[in-house]
Design a protein around this ligand. Structure first.
Ligand code: ADP
Length: 329
């Protein structure tokens, strides 16, 4: 990578939205201004970049957004960016606006696109991990995960009230097509009887046994958290039907928490994380770094290779899985 003097930086949000993205945009914009650089916002991710939907931002443009969910830059998925022609258009738009470097706030898909783009055009890029799934390798937490897990826990708490009033068994599906972090955190915090995640296939019999055990131990209601991508049943409804058929003593209900997990104002943790990562992303670019991701490891902000973020699946913390059985005794 040729080292260039960076004067104009652009920032975008891409892929799935996550609460706290606005706080990250704000931090990138404000730190660029602080370091006397010009900063541009690109709307609608790679799609907007290809279409040239780019605007010069000032520090004031990001006033009053730290507390807002969603993203003021909008986000999108772009099939065209997957093609060399699409990426060439994207590059031409950056050059036309004299932009020297790009900050992408998004998930692993966005990072994959960013890496290919950076290699093709020798263009400086830094990624900021933002996804409620928390599945980006190399960082303990991604922006949005803490807010989404708190939203899920609030919903679980409410369902617990009705579950215990009626002596019911609830299967609650939380988001996470490929990763069980949201299920694990919200399940432990919500006092779930069992937590089913895609990373671990324990089989339906083990679930039946654990529910039988809890009935024997005197529990009259239970909550089972199921990650969207879990494969114990065909889907959460199928799973609930199977359990109802085999454990006649239970009256079973299903709740899918759904998209409310993506929205809402970000928690303090997500705002602070987004602020720290946004500042570090700009500092890393100005320091001549590229094809890196800024992350959070053991309460420190780190800068690590983009390769690490996309090459390996992030492992779930085994200790969290191990304590579920103890906590449900
Ligand atoms: P997320 O960033 O939340 O994981 P996606 O997986 O949908 O979201 O990725 C966002 C966008 O990144 C895609 O719509 C596409 O434009 C771009 N992208 C993802 N993978 C690639 C790839 N292999 N090559 C080029 N662009 C990609």
């Amino acid at each position: 990578m040729t080292r260039i003097d960076i004067q104009n930086i652009a920032v975008m949000t891409s892929g799935g939205d996550a609460p706290g993205m606005n706080a990250a945009i704000r931090a990138v914009v404000r730190s660029s201004v602080f370091y006397k650089k010009d900063i541009y916002g690109i709307y609608r991710g790679y799609e907007g970049l290809i279409e040239g939907d780019i605007e010069r931002f000032t520090a004031r443009k990001v006033s009053n957004i730290i507390n807002r969910g969603g993203t003021i830059l909008k986000t999108a998925r772009s099939e065209e960016f997957r093609t060399p022609q699409g990426r060439k258009k994207a590059y031409q738009n950056l050059k036309q606006n004299n932009i020297d470097a790009l900050v992408v706030i998004g998930g692993d898909g966005s990072f994959r696109g960013m890496k290919i783009f950076s290699e093709e055009f020798d263009f400086p890029v830094i990624g900021i991990p933002a996804t409620i799934d928390n599945d980006i390798n190399g960082t303990d937490f991604s922006i949005g995960f803490d807010t989404a897990s708190n939203t899920a826990v609030e919903a679980i708490d409410k369902i617990r009230d009705t579950a215990s009033s009626h002596n019911r068994l609830f299967f609650i599906e939380v988001m996470g097509r490929n990763a069980g972090f949201l299920a694990l955190y919200s399940g432990i915090a919500g006092g779930a009887e069992d937590i089913l995640i895609p990373e671990e296939d324990r089989g339906i019999n083990e679930l039946l046994n654990s529910l039988k055990r809890s009935k024997r131990s005197g529990k009259t209601s239970s909550i089972v958290i199921v990650a969207e991508g879990d494969t114990t049943g065909k889907n959460v409804f199928d799973l609930a039907k199977y359990v109802e058929k085999h454990l006649k003593e239970y009256e079973v209900r299903v709740v899918i928490i759904g998209h409310i997990q993506r929205g809402g104002c970000p928690t303090t943790f997500d705002r602070v994380l987004a602020s720290r990562l946004g500042v570090k992303a700009v500092e890393a670019l100005l320091d001549g770094q590229s094809q890196k991701v800024v992350g959070y490891k053991n309460n420190r902000i780190t800068v690590y290779p983009l390769e690490t973020a996309i090459k390996k699946q992030k492992p779930v913390n085994q200790e969290l899985i191990d304590i579920i059985e103890i906590l449900t005794t």
